[in-house]
Design a protein around this ligand. Structure first.
Ligand SMILES: [Zn+2]
Length: 458
């Protein structure tokens, strides 16, 4: 009898002890260190026994406690608790604060667990956008052309230039106490006056500052051209460019797929390759046009395609077409590193050189390629031979200059005076040295490049 009582009491005590020993729910999460005007964080709350009865996220600052998340309904054993912290709505001020996660399970314990924060994270409320000062910029810019901005962006973690929907990254430059950043940007050929061109900077807390780029816009007109599509051309090119074409599809329809979809794919790939640029300049001085070449098509010609007397398509030509003899050597326009080689839809066999800071050059329709991705090349080095691969009529080089994958007119970069006025001057105004890649430090015996003849052969 006595023994049974002892066992019963012992059993009850160990049961109560076990109930009491079930730990409180566990909280995991990695909220941001800095909180701006709006921040989000997700916490996972997991009960060690039973189910969650309550979970709550609070922000504490100066004796004030604001609930920023309290999920409703049954929570189960494990719950994800997303929290959105809106500083103004929560009445938070700049400075130190803490995020706390409170939770309770439904386990009965002889002594109820004290209600307390199960996790606490120190945070800093930062509502001040990064200090953004434009130091210098290219004075005159034009549609289809490039420009550069030098600026200081304080504690920004992301900074660059936006031209409408297009974004251009910036790179740290100089060695001064307050670091500067440099961004090359492009105006698309169809840039509409009034579209904002702005430097933007974002800090770790997500605060954004923006300043207009103080460049003046010059007008620039582009040619229109009509291109007659012949059956012989379709028969020669469609099987190469669209090998998967169903036999029932008329050649001219296949041509439209090539001219629209494949062209767009190439544009997208140019942007992706543009994002792989080096954060240091590798080029120096004027870009060189291959010698003894004739320009027979210009940048941003708007081409209307005509088939059997009917207008069937309109597209824009993003480069210069340069022709000389068949299978001519293709020289690198400037020093750089090979960013891409291989077929690129309508461009045929292509080499893309990265010159750093977003600047690249593209060489298309090649018959052979003589360089490999990653290889460093010097100005004038042979990249391959001209050809007719891709959507090309006759042997020629299709040449483009790209700023973060956006095509700009090569004419500017062939022009020593343009580089002096539009690139070197704003660098000088910012107290920065001229852009001089490894090439420029070697003595050069090369004569100055001549601007292109803009004569049309056709
Ligand atoms: Zn071309």
């Amino acid at each position: 009898m006595f023994l049974a009582l002892v066992l019963l009491v012992a059993g009850a005590v160990s049961f109560l002890g076990w109930r009491q020993s079930i730990p409180a729910p566990r909280v995991t999460g990695t909220p941001p260190r800095l909180i701006g005007h709006k921040a989000t964080a997700t916490f996972v709350v997991e009960a060690a026994g039973g189910r969650l009865a309550r979970a709550e996220v609070r922000v504490l600052q100066g004796g004030k406690s604001v609930v920023v998340a309290r999920p409703e309904g049954a929570l189960g054993r494990r719950a994800e608790v997303p929290a959105t912290i809106e500083a103004a709505a929560a009445g938070l001020k700049e400075g130190g604060a803490a995020i706390e996660v409170w939770a309770r399970d439904d386990v009965w314990r002889p002594l109820r667990l004290e209600d307390r924060a199960l996790a606490s994270y120190p945070v800093t409320i930062d509502l001040t956008p990064p200090r953004l000062d434009v130091v210098s910029a290219t004075s005159y810019i034009a549609p289809g052309g490039a420009g550069l901005v030098v600026f200081r962006a304080g504690d920004a973690v992301r900074a660059g230039v936006r031209v409408g929907e297009l974004a251009f990254p910036s790179f740290p430059v100089g060695t001064g106490e307050v670091p500067m950043r440099l961004a090359f940007f492009a105006l698309p050929y169809d840039y509409a006056a009034g579209t904002p061109i702005a430097v933007t900077a974002e800090d770790e807390a997500g605060n954004v500052a923006s300043r207009g780029v103080p460049s003046e816009l010059l007008p620039r007109k582009f040619r229109h051209d009509r291109i007659e599509i012949k059956d012989a051309f379709l028969e020669a090119k469609v099987p190469e460019l669209l090998p998967q074409r169903p036999p029932s599809q008329p050649l001219i329809e296949a041509f439209l797929v090539i001219n629209r979809d494949l062209r767009r794919q190439a544009e997208e790939q140019k942007r992706r390759i543009g994002a792989t640029t080096a954060d240091k300049p590798m080029w120096a001085g004027t870009f060189e046009q291959p010698r003894n070449t004739k320009v027979f098509s210009n940048f941003a010609e708007v081409r209307t395609y005509v088939y059997q007397g009917r207008e069937i398509d309109t597209q824009v030509h993003y480069g210069f077409d340069l022709a000389s003899t068949k299978r001519s050597p293709v020289p690198a326009a400037n020093a750089g590193r090979v960013a891409f080689t291989g077929p690129l839809t309508i461009y045929g066999n292509v080499v893309i050189l990265d010159h750093g800071l977003g600047l690249m050059t593209l060489y298309a329709h090649l018959s052979t390629i003589a360089v490999k991705v990653g290889e460093a090349v010097t100005k004038g080095q042979e990249l391959g031979r001209t050809g007719t691969t891709g959507l090309a009529v006759g042997d020629h080089l299709h040449y483009e200059v790209l700023v973060s994958g956006v095509s700009v007119t090569p004419v500017e970069w062939w022009d020593t005076k343009w580089i002096g006025d539009r690139i070197s001057l704003p660098l000088k105004a910012a107290g920065l040295p001229e852009i001089a890649g490894a090439e420029a430090r070697e003595p050069s015996t090369r004569p100055a490049a001549t601007p292109p003849r803009r004569r049309r052969a056709r």
